[in-house]
Design a protein around this ligand. Structure first.
Ligand SMILES: *Cc1c(COP(=O)(O)O)cnc(C)c1O
Length: 375
């Protein structure tokens, strides 16, 4: 049997919506993007959303909006995709890592205050695997030190914790619609924010700092645009937005299926003492982006290859960022710098989790993992 690591959920309805855009005049930013932004903001219970081309773009724009530049520091987690830290580097600022909670893999909020210096501008938590970080505590710490919060919500659109949704407590939230994410248009991202000023700045910054976009200039009596500040080129297209609107409408049904698979996995691995899994904290609704198992780190690669041999798609999320060559050399990190993140990074295997998995495939994965992971 072959079990793909991931299958997207682009439906006939999504293709029809996309077709409508392709038959229209505006392939780039216009009505469809606006519709998706309003829908996303409504779903998340926030005031504003702004569509961009990736979550990496969103993180970069959010950092620039918060005034992050050369000499500044941003506190984040080493257990994430490299994009989280790279966006900080793009600003000329320094990522300051805080080790994770060994039970969940999320940033350990008890360690954040010790990492704050006079150069700290922003705290940037990641809602790892789909479970939200402890945002209430992060907000309390940020307020006490007059810092901004940017949330990396690339794994977590559907989540909730302590009554709070992704993007609600941060100053800016950043989302990804990359090929393997919870909903996808191949490449895409969005920011959410709470004030009209923030939304206006972000939607200009994504398009050269121009005062009007092409659709505005075309639809109404021609007005000259001005360039108010030096912006970038990161605007979402109508084509991308068309692929997302129906996926977002069905996101809760998609989550029900992912939740069912996760529970089957939980049950299937319960009696295997060689497999540990990230904890789901009480009061947390998990967005079920990634299902990871933690195994004997001396055997991890061997197990992963054995699962591949059995036709199962696997991945590692994540080997910690501080041990990537660029960061290791630039900031002189070594193994031992962030032990909890390293332990997870050395032990983790991600197995397939998506709504299209069949009962046979799930049963096959459970049997294969239990057969392989025996020490
Ligand atoms: C995928 C991912 C990103 C980057 O998203 P893109 O849309 O590919 O730029 C950022 N952070 C995390 C945690 C991710 O998993």
């Amino acid at each position: 049997m072959k079990v793909e690591f991931y299958k997207h959920n682009v439906s006939e309805e999504d293709k029809m919506e996309c077709r409508k855009v392709l038959d229209s005049l505006f392939l780039t930013t216009g009505e469809m993007v606006k519709q998706f932004e309003e829908q996303l903001a409504r779903y998340l219970g926030v005031e504003h959303a702004v569509g961009v081309m990736s979550c990496t773009d969103a993180l970069f724009l959010a950092l620039r909006y918060c005034g992050v530049g050369p000499g500044d520091q941003v506190i984040t987690t080493p257990l994430s995709f490299i994009a989280t830290a790279n966006a900080i580097e793009y600003c000329g600022a320094q990522p300051v890592f805080v080790d994770v909670d060994g039970a969940t893999g999320n940033i350990d909020v008890r360690r954040i205050e010790a990492a704050i210096t006079p150069r700290t501008k922003v705290i940037l938590p990641v809602h790892l695997y789909g479970q939200m970080a402890d945002m209430k505590t992060v907000r309390t710490i940020a307020d006490r030190h007059a810092l901004k919060i940017i949330e990396d919500c690339a794994h977590c659109i559907e989540g909730e914790r302590d009554g709070i949704k992704p993007g609600q407590l941060g100053d800016v939230g950043c989302f990804s619609f990359y090929a393997t994410k919870n909903i996808t248009c191949g490449e895409g991202g969005a920011l959410v924010a709470h004030t009209a000023d923030a939304a206006a700045w972000l939607s200009r910054a994504r398009l050269h700092g121009m005062s009007k976009n092409a659709a505005d200039r075309y639809a109404k009596k021609y007005e000259h645009y001005d360039m108010e500040f030096l912006g970038y080129k990161m605007n979402m297209t109508n084509i991308a937005a068309a692929l997302l609107v129906h996926q977002l409408e069905s996101i809760e049904q998609l989550l029900v299926k992912k939740e069912a698979v996760s529970q089957q996995y939980d049950t299937g691995f319960r009696d295997n003492s060689h497999i540990a899994r990230p904890a789901v904290v009480p009061g947390s609704k998990h967005a079920r982006h990634l299902y990871t198992i933690w195994v004997n780190s001396a055997k991890r690669d061997e197990y992963m290859h054995a699962l591949q041999e059995k036709g199962i798609g696997v991945a590692v999320n994540f080997r910690p960022i501080h041990l990537m060559k660029y960061y290791r050399e630039k900031y002189q990190y070594a193994p031992g710098s962030y032990p909890a993140a390293e332990n997870i990074g050395n032990a983790t295997i991600t197995i397939p989790l998506y709504p299209k998995l069949t009962a046979d495939e799930v049963a096959y994965v459970i049997a294969a993992v239990n057969e392989v992971v025996t020490a």
